[in-house]
Design a protein around this ligand. Structure first.
Ligand SMILES: CC(C)(COP(=O)(O)OP(=O)(O)OC[C@H]1O[C@@H](n2cnc3c(N)ncnc32)[C@H](O)[C@@H]1OP(=O)(O)O)[C@@H](O)C(=O)NCCC(=O)NCCS
Length: 392
């Protein structure tokens, strides 16, 4: 059967389903969650409210705005066997592997696991949103030989994460900035990790199985792993005197400048300006003004080099500025991608529910692309099975 080919497109610009969750206009630099511009949410909302919006297609009313965060607080504690298990794992384990291995462990404790109703999926989503944050913080403590900290139920989702991670109560401004960073990362249409989640649950696998796949996709350096690579780059060039020269050399050597370019945005990422403003605020507060200065110098030099090469659509993406922001908040480089998961779990969950319940108008029952076979063929009859002695 002849197949329509979209090979070498990486599915860019190929629509595979309808969605009511989010929209990116890559030419105009617009990002919308459930009808609301990201600017509107970054300036007025909280992570809890944004997660509710993504899951329920409406902002919470006065009652729901109290109930939803209370449900998250209720679900914050990790099951004892998960904590005991984490304590036996190699301390140097890559944190994204720890998350990817632990999400199925959390599935085992979910009383709704085998109930695939919409209501049960919402309950699972709430548990996993709360526990993703608890897990990342607990692993960071455990790998340092410390006991995980009990949650502080007076703190917001963002504030409590920083407390459980660092063992220091964040000042309200830092907690608010982190909350905004979580809002900014909460969803982003059919990006690779979200598509991985949707693909997996289209087989009718459960929410945790979908999220496990999403975590794996997020870990790669071309996707969520880019923020960790940006921080690595900043630390590497901290002592570099000639930033324009360094950037030129990187590009001439065929290297990418991490944190720049995007598969959909061909202009400035609308999330970047909030992170840049945070960077400046945090730099003043912490006295670490080198990171924003350095990233700005790299950005300007890279833009100039891209311009010379006729690649004027490559701009700084969200990871470029989130890395120095997280660094100044005391988040180590290898936890920056896990922090992305702490936020994106809201979007993944909303997409999983949309996929399962067909909320959008058009989508396939199951994703199952074709491929063109270009391997051995041996003619019409196929290859002859060779006894072991006759194989080269
Ligand atoms: C994200 C990314 C994969 C999007 O890629 P894309 O739009 O599909 O574009 P391509 O990777 O095909 O790149 C198109 C061209 O621009 C170049 N380019 C894109 N981003 C670049 C970067 N950050 N540094 C250097 N060159 C870059 C590519 O090398 C390619 O050049 P070529 O046509 O000469 O081969 C890409 O920009 C990238 O690798 N960025 C760095 C990683 C990153 O920050 N990821 C986080 C994304 S939120």
């Amino acid at each position: 059967m002849a197949t329509a080919s979209v090979k070498n497109t990486g599915l860019r610009g190929v629509s595979v389903a309808d969605t009511k969750i989010s929209l990116i206009d890559g030419e105009k630099g617009i990002l919308i969650y459930r009808g609301y511009r990201i600017e509107e949410l970054a300036e007025n909302s909280t992570y809890e409210e944004t997660a509710y919006l993504l899951l329920h297609d409406a902002l919470p009313n006065e009652k729901q705005v109290e109930e939803f965060p209370a449900q998250l607080v209720e679900a914050r504690r990790l099951p004892g066997y998960v904590l005991e298990s984490l304590k036996t794992w190699p301390k140097e384990a890559y944190p994204m592997d720890v998350i990817q291995a632990t999400v199925p462990l959390l599935a085992m404790a979910d009383p709704d696991l085998l109930d695939d109703s919409r209501e049960a999926n919402h309950r699972k989503a709430v548990r996993l949103i709360a526990r993703m944050a608890a897990l990342v913080a607990a692993w960071h403590r455990i790998r340092q030989g410390l006991e995980p900290l009990a949650p502080d139920n007076t703190l917001s989702h963002a504030g409590n994460f920083l407390w459980q991670l660092n063992g220091v109560k964040p000042d309200p401004e830092t907690a608010k900035d982190f909350d905004t960073a979580l809002v900014l990362h909460a969803d982003h249409t059919f990006n690779p990790s979200t598509f991985a989640c949707r693909e997996v649950v289209s087989t009718r696998a459960h929410l945790y199985a979908g999220v496990t796949a999403g975590v794996g996709a997020l870990s790669g350096s071309l996707h969520g792993g880019a923020n960790a690579q940006v921080m690595k780059m900043l630390l590497e060039v901290e002592k570099e005197k000639d930033i324009p020269g360094w950037v030129k050399k990187q590009l001439e050597g065929g290297q990418k400048i991490m944190g720049m370019g995007h598969a959909v945005y061909k202009t400035t990422d609308p999330r970047a300006k909030y992170l840049k403003a945070m960077c400046t605020r945090l730099a003043k507060k912490s006295g670490q003004d080198q990171w924003c200065r350095l990233s700005s110098e790299i950005e300007q030099s890279a833009l100039a080099e891209f311009e010379k090469r006729g690649k004027t659509t490559i701009k700084a993406n969200v990871d470029f500025s989130s890395a120095p922001v997280y660094h100044m908040m005391g988040i180590p480089g290898d936890l920056m991608t896990p922090v992305f998961a702490v936020s994106r779990i809201a979007g993944w969950s909303a997409h999983i529910i949309e996929e399962k319940f067909g909320d959008a108008q058009e989508k396939p029952a199951l994703y199952r692309p074709a491929s063109d076979y270009v391997g051995n063929y041996c003619g019409r009859t196929g290859c002859t099975y060779e006894p072991i002695q006759q194989r080269p």
